[in-house]
Ligand binder design. Structure first.
Ligand code: IVH
Length: 675
């Protein structure tokens, strides 16, 4: 190949590789295999090595990092990078909306809502379509030149795409958030733990630590990503609204967040916030709220900024999930499986509006991995319904008086031996009659998601086990009011209530009964699968391992625990006694019962959280939408339902009250043809 041919081939390869980069990293839908991509990249590397005069800074081969820098140089931003004012409640958002309308002297304003990504703000500068400079936000006026590091992020275009007549501006400044995904963060910390390196406290710290590496080859080795969401200076393209800007960004090849959503009024804004809040856990990267932006650019310009925040945008934040506190002690709890679990006793602290005084530490290895000692100042985290967790110790706060934790060699409840089998992380009490195990299994059986025995709480179970009134769950069904009345704080009425609740629990669906048994490795989901496959306890208890592994999603480990459970005579005897009193319901809901229907939630539901409501309809095959449109079938209106309800009425959609909705979840609709 002569020089001229090489130049042509280099051009073609770059174009091809850029396209595949875009498919893979921006659209998340690769069209060639990794091996094929590598082959093209290697061919380009070979040609560039042979003809170094053709190397350009925007070549796909330049994404692997370059020589380490001694320091970052400083760049000033053409336009200051502002920060956002925060709103913490719907009232504050309503005030924001009023202020905006008043300043603009209009009665209606359209907003665009986005998720607030918890990462690091950066600016990307393109001249004549080429990426020439990338910087951190810094103090808003000037930041650090991190161009080399940003080149390693594959979803940042090195060259703007020429697309459908969209102009390539003379100069384009784009702002966005660099972040590291939740899964990638876990993976990074896992590797660091194994290498004995200090852990990052959260994805945000990991992201900002990575993007500010002087050695860009380290940056290249970690999976950073970006979402672009705001303009800086633009010369040579006229854009009128934020939505249009986002559309242009996509067409130029930038990665834009999928949750950007127009809202007609403040009611829709608040509803969308709740919609995003419900999705938070399942979103693959950390978000700490939403951002509300006035859509029209002329309105934005008119509104301007005060101090360092624009008046046309506000962050509507979730309550914080992380706080700092002190570990006063580490105690060891014993669960229903006999597992000894270290629990941190914390100086009480409010996290996300809930007071936290205990946090699980999982097991010995986890404590060592996180480097936690008694007396440490730590970061605690609470997310959704999840048990609070200690994220890590803040080593800089150590005084030298901290005490390392040692796992006890005897069960703290019954005093029998506690063993940790080699190769396992969990230490267990060996005594199957350990009161902690008995209490734990009864608590589990009676819990909401299992047999849901109202009023049968921890205190009562403890008393009954300690006084030998019950020895396993089957004894519950033989309890009498008279026996209960002999217990502390049990009057005639409360004893009767407990007996009634136990009787009522006798009619739970089969899957919940299976779940309640607490078979190791059998959670709610597997219980559901088993209930679908087996008609009754007789059939389930005689299932063989081969038969069980034939069920999709059930592997040999789960199958083994199920057969082992039913081989144990103590268990079969317990079940036999329960079945004398319990009538298990075998009718199951059709998974596809609500298929094809779309639900929207508005207002506050009292019986269950929105997220839970959403999950329940999705389990029955329905979809949920954030806002009302003609495509929506049912609008569930809770208390203080907002503008969505008015809109739904306007469109003549079927509206359900909370009671009607709950009834629908309980039993099938006669017809799913609304309206
Ligand atoms: S817009 C003038 N949109 O939040 C408004 N910011 O305190 C410029 N952020 O520095 C920012 N997600 O780091 C905007 N969708 C989003 C965002 C977002 C996260 C960050 C950004 C900014 C900070 C504002």
């Amino acid at each position: 190949m002569d020089k001229e041919q090489a130049a042509i081939r280099i051009q073609a390869l770059r174009k091809e590789l850029d396209r595949h980069n875009y498919q893979y990293y921006v659209l998340d839908s690769p069209v060639i295999s990794d091996a094929e991509y590598d082959r093209l990249l290697r061919e380009l590397e070979g040609l560039e090595a042979a003809y170094p005069e053709f190397i350009t800074s925007d070549s796909p081969t330049r994404r692997i990092g370059a020589k380490p820098l001694d320091a970052f140089s400083t760049v000033s931003h053409t336009m200051p990078m502002l920060s956002l004012a925060n709103a913490m409640s719907a009232e504050e958002v309503i005030d924001f909306d009023k202020r905006v309308k008043k300043l603009l002297n209009v009665s209606a304003v359209e907003y665009v809502m986005e998720v607030k990504i918890d990462g690091l703000a950066v600016e990307l500068v393109y001249e004549k379509g080429l990426f020439i400079l990338g910087s951190t936000r810094g103090d808003g006026y000037s930041g650090e030149d991190i161009t080399q590091n940003l080149r390693t992020i594959r979803s940042i275009p090195m060259k703007l795409m020429d697309n459908q007549g969209i102009p390539i501006p003379e100069r384009l400044e784009v702002r966005g958030e660099v972040y590291i995904g939740k899964r990638e963060f876990e993976e990074l910390n896992r590797k660091r733990g194994e290498a004995g390196e200090p852990l990052f406290a959260n994805p945000r710290n990991a992201g900002s630590g990575t993007v500010r590496q002087l050695d860009s080859r380290i940056t290249a080795g970690r999976k950073l990503n970006i979402f672009c969401y705001a303009p800086g200076q633009i010369i040579g393209a006229a854009i009128e609204t934020h939505l249009q800007f986002l559309d242009y960004l996509k067409k130029w090849g930038f990665r834009v967040n999928e949750y950007a959503h127009p809202c007609k009024d403040v009611g829709e804004v608040i509803d969308y916030y709740h919609h995003i809040e419900a999705l938070r856990e399942q979103i693959l990267y950390e978000i700490d709220g939403t951002v509300i932006k006035v859509n029209r650019f002329d309105y934005q310009a008119h509104l301007g900024a005060v101090s360092r925040s624009p008046r046309w945008a506000i962050a509507y934040k979730f309550e914080a999930q992380e706080e700092t506190t002190v570990i006063e002690d580490i105690i060891v709890g014993v669960g229903r499986t006999g597992a000894l679990t270290p629990v941190a006793v914390l100086k009480p602290v409010a996290v996300g509006g809930v007071e936290v005084s205990r946090a699980t530490l999982h097991n010995e290895d986890e404590i060592r991995r996180k480097g936690i000692m008694i007396g440490d100042t730590v970061i605690v985290r609470r997310a959704g319904d999840v048990i609070p967790e200690v994220v890590k110790a803040i080593e800089e706060k150590r005084t030298g008086s901290e005490i390392p934790f040692v796992m006890p060699i005897a069960c703290p409840v019954c005093g029998e031996k506690a063993v940790r089998p080699s190769g396992e992380a969990i230490t267990r009490c060996v005594n199957i009659n350990c009161p902690a195990q008995i209490k734990g299994s009864i608590e589990h059986f009676a819990s909401k998601r299992a047999m849901d025995i109202d009023g049968l709480g921890v205190k009562l179970i403890e008393q009954m086990v300690d006084k030998n009134i019950i020895k396993d769950v089957s004894d519950l069904y033989f309890l009498t009011k008279e026996v209960l009345m002999g217990l502390e704080r049990m009057a005639d009425k409360s004893a009767q209530n407990i007996v009634d609740a136990i009787t009522a629990s006798a009619k739970r669906p089969f899957n919940r009964f299976i779940y309640g048994l607490g078979i190791r490795n059998v959670g709610e989901h597997i219980s559901g699968l088993l209930a679908e496959r087996y008609r009754d306890m007789d059939h389930l208890s005689s299932a063989t391992e081969e038969e069980l592994v034939a069920i999709p999603e059930i592997g040999p480990e789960v199958a083994g625990s199920i057969t082992a459970f039913f081989k144990d005579e103590k268990n079969t005897e317990t079940i036999r006694r329960i079945l004398q009193k319990v009538e298990i319901e075998h009718t199951k809901r059709d998974k596809k019962e609500l298929e094809g229907l779309t639900f929207v939630f508005t207002g506050t539901l009292s019986a269950l959280a929105r997220e839970e409501a959403r999950k329940r309809v999705e389990e029955l095959g329905a979809k949920t939408a954030p806002s009302v449109s003609k495509k929506v079938d049912y609008v569930v209106a809770g208390a203080e339902a907002g503008s969505k309800l008015d809109k739904a009425r306007g469109l003549g959609l079927k509206i359900l009250t909370e009671e009607e909705f709950m009834a629908l979840l309980q039993k099938p609709l006669s017809s799913h043809n609304p309206g």
